[in-house]
Ligand binder design. Structure first.
Ligand code: ASP
Length: 321
């Protein structure tokens, strides 16, 4: 079986169970592992293609996830992240992002940020240069300005058209949770054996002005422990927030579950507490310290990319019913 076929058969099993690539494992004092990365949705492809050569070159996971996420934020065809993201109900694009570094258990985040194309880099700046973790709204914008981030209107013509159509179709039964959404969440285990994660989103399209989702909240949209593994979420963030799903995945891995089992257990926990979670669109992804990755989702639309430094492998997991 050649390497590509091995990857395909290893990656496409069950709702989420999968093994990483065949590349030789790297060693540390605490055991062997396979460096790799996992990224949500089809836009995970550009992030993985950016990340693969960096992983090969020995770049640290923190820089890989930031650069991968920037590529998605910059892509105007991605209507749920950064520039080109769909606006809130008032026609303003507002962004949430967070980044976490396994080394030092550090984190930075921004919420309800306007006019800055790369919120992930502002989140990194918060982490690297302040004693704080989360900046929001006007304060986050002011911080970005002070740190030299250029300002621009993030509403593209295409996104404005979608917003105008939505306004025309508004009716008393309109449910904003039905509007489209997706997040780029990228987790990486680097060649030194360290973990990092990043996530960025424009959140739920046509959301109430001021709404903040799970993505900038540690433990909800993203969480990691450098001794255990990393996890991230995408989907309707309110349910992820109410159950701290990423934290839950990491804690299940701490108890000895593999990434796919831990994601599934956290998804089941979410459904136990909030039965509506079976109907809303949700997905959880994870990577452990050995470089094994997994996911659990309730939607057949969900895809993710796995990268091992060479291949960018698309996966379409079987949804949990
Ligand atoms: N979790 C994001 C939010 O609720 C949206 C998504 O990932 O689909 O803002």
């Amino acid at each position: 079986m050649n390497r590509r076929h091995f990857l395909q058969s290893a990656l496409l099993v069950g709702s989420a169970g999968l093994l990483p690539a065949t590349r030789a494992a790297e060693g540390t004092a605490s055991g062997s592992f396979r460096p790799g990365m996992i990224t949500t949705w089809d836009h995970g492809r550009i992030a993985t293609e950016i990340g693969n050569p960096l992983l090969q070159a020995g770049t640290r996971a923190l820089d890989i996830v930031e650069k991968g996420v920037i590529a998605v934020e910059d892509d105007p065809s991605v209507t749920s992240v950064g520039y080109g993201g769909l606006p809130d109900e008032t026609g303003v694009v507002t962004l949430d992002a967070c980044i976490m570094d396994g080394v030092g258990h550090r984190a930075g985040a921004v919420a309800f940020l306007r006019n800055i194309r790369n919120p992930i880099s502002v989140a990194r700046k918060v982490m690297d240069t302040t004693r704080h973790v989360l900046l929001a709204g006007d304060g986050a914008l002011q911080f970005a300005r002070q740190n030299g981030f250029p300002e621009q209107d993030l509403l593209t013509d295409a996104a404005r058209q979608r917003w105008l159509e939505w306004k025309r179709g508004l009716n008393p039964n309109d449910n904003w949770l039905d509007q489209s959404h997706d997040t780029v969440t990228m987790l990486c285990l680097d060649r030194a054996g360290n973990l990092a994660g990043a996530c960025s989103t424009s959140g739920l399209a046509m959301k109430i002005h001021g709404r903040v989702g799970d993505s900038p909240i540690l433990g909800a949209g993203l969480y990691l422990d450098n001794e255990i593994g990393a996890a991230g979420a995408t989907g309707v963030g309110e349910l992820v927030l109410r159950t701290l799903a990423s934290f839950t995945v990491v804690e299940f891995m701490r108890q000895g579950m593999r990434p796919s089992e831990a994601c599934r257990a956290a998804f089941e926990r979410m459904c136990e507490k909030i039965p509506e979670a079976r109907q809303t669109q949700e997905a959880l992804i994870a990577i452990n310290k050995r470089g094994e990755v997994g996911c659990a989702t309730n939607t057949g639309d969900f895809t993710f990319y796995y990268g091992d430094g060479e291949l960018a492998q698309r996966n379409k997991p079987t949804p949990i019913t």
